[in-house]
Design a protein around this ligand. Structure first.
Ligand SMILES: c1ccc2c(c1)[nH]c1[nH]cn[n+]12
Length: 333
């Protein structure tokens, strides 16, 4: 039957260690299946990347190996962890921690739009995850609701980014080699790093702006025109809307969204990358100076530390919340 023939084509050591079952997600590069570690019955996700999906062998190996080496290198509570890696003639198999809440995409779709406090809690975690990637010289480059996973179906839950195969580890080595050559023909931005680090990192800030827009508004800022009569001359392609940074916050959807939240979206969806708000600036934005939200996020991200703090000094942890609040007030005034 279906299951047995899936089992039969799996690498033997993968099949020995894991029982693969139903499909739980699909990506551009393959599918994700629910699996059980046979020895512990622990649930995991197995991402199957089909080698021939990539146009040429080159990109396949580069993408997948880049993805693998990236996945092995990173360690942050809001970035999906790789547990194991196998390959066969035709596919790569990446064993990942299971996120029971599935894709953020489905939650936004089913709920229309998220309540602002929920959107803020998720966005804060995404910012911390991207800040960590950038700190490690990694640009995600493919941030979208399908690549944001939720740890549970509860509103207050951990958020993790996945799908690094579009990521690029800043080729510092390449840049160094370039700078060794004769510089006379090199453009200024190559020296100012704008061509790799500065410029590159800003793409993730833009995508986070689109993500936040979708979470708060329940629809994408740049989309194909929905109704027919707009088709034709004046209907702009998605590409043109993006290039011009043209989006509309429809009143019916955005009426109840705070001005501060709208301000974060507007400062991220800025066409000129040098004028776009950075991840660091976003983390300092007034909308995110919310000690309660930040404490909830830290409890989700570092449960042991939070629990240990509760255990050791119940007073202290309450005080730390208050202190975080006071500091925020000082900053705000
Ligand atoms: C639903 C869809 C994809 C999923 C998932 C649940 N859990 C997990 N871990 C890595 N990817 N992924």
């Amino acid at each position: 039957d279906l299951m047995s023939d899936v089992q039969s084509t799996l690498p033997k050591d993968l099949n020995d260690k894991y029982l693969l079952t139903r499909r739980i997600g699909t990506g551009v590069c393959g599918e994700v299946r629910l699996a059980f570690e046979r020895s512990t019955c622990k649930k995991v996700a197995v991402k199957i990347i089909n080698k021939k999906n990539f146009q040429s062998e080159g990109t396949a190996t580069r993408n997948a190996t880049t993805e693998i080496e990236i996945l092995q290198r990173i360690d942050h509570p809001c970035l999906i962890k790789t547990l194991d890696f196998y390959q066969s003639e035709e596919s790569y198999y990446i064993v990942l921690e299971l996120m029971e809440g599935g894709e953020l995409f489905n939650k936004v779709k089913s709920q229309q739009q998220l309540q602002e406090p929920v959107a803020k809690l998720y966005f804060y975690q995404m910012l911390l995850a991207v800040q960590y990637l950038h700190g490690n010289g990694i640009i995600h480059r493919d941030l979208k609701p399908e690549n944001v996973l939720l740890s549970s179906s509860e509103d207050v839950c951990l958020v993790k980014l996945t799908d690094f195969n579009q990521s690029r580890i800043l080729e510092e080595a390449v840049l160094m080699r370039t700078l060794c050559g004769t510089p006379s023909y090199l453009a200024p931005e190559v020296f100012t790093h704008a061509s790799t680090t500065g410029y590159g990192l800003a793409v993730d800030a833009w995508s986070l702006g689109v993500l936040l827009f979708v979470c708060l508004g329940g629809y994408p800022p740049f989309h194909e025109t929905f109704c027919r009569q707009q088709k034709g001359r004046e209907a702009e392609s998605v590409r043109d809307q993006i290039i011009r940074g043209e989006f509309t916050m429809v009143q019916s959807k955005w009426r109840h969204v705070s001005d501060q939240a709208k301000d974060v979206v507007r400062r991220l969806l800025v066409v000129d990358p040098t004028h776009r708000m950075s991840i660091q600036e976003a983390l300092q934005h007034p909308w995110l100076q919310d000690p309660e939200m930040q404490n909830k996020a830290h409890k989700l991200m570092y449960p042991d530390t939070a629990a240990a703090m509760e255990e050791a000094e119940p007073e202290a942890s309450a005080a730390s919340t208050r202190k975080r609040g006071r500091r925020a007030d000082e900053d705000a005034t």
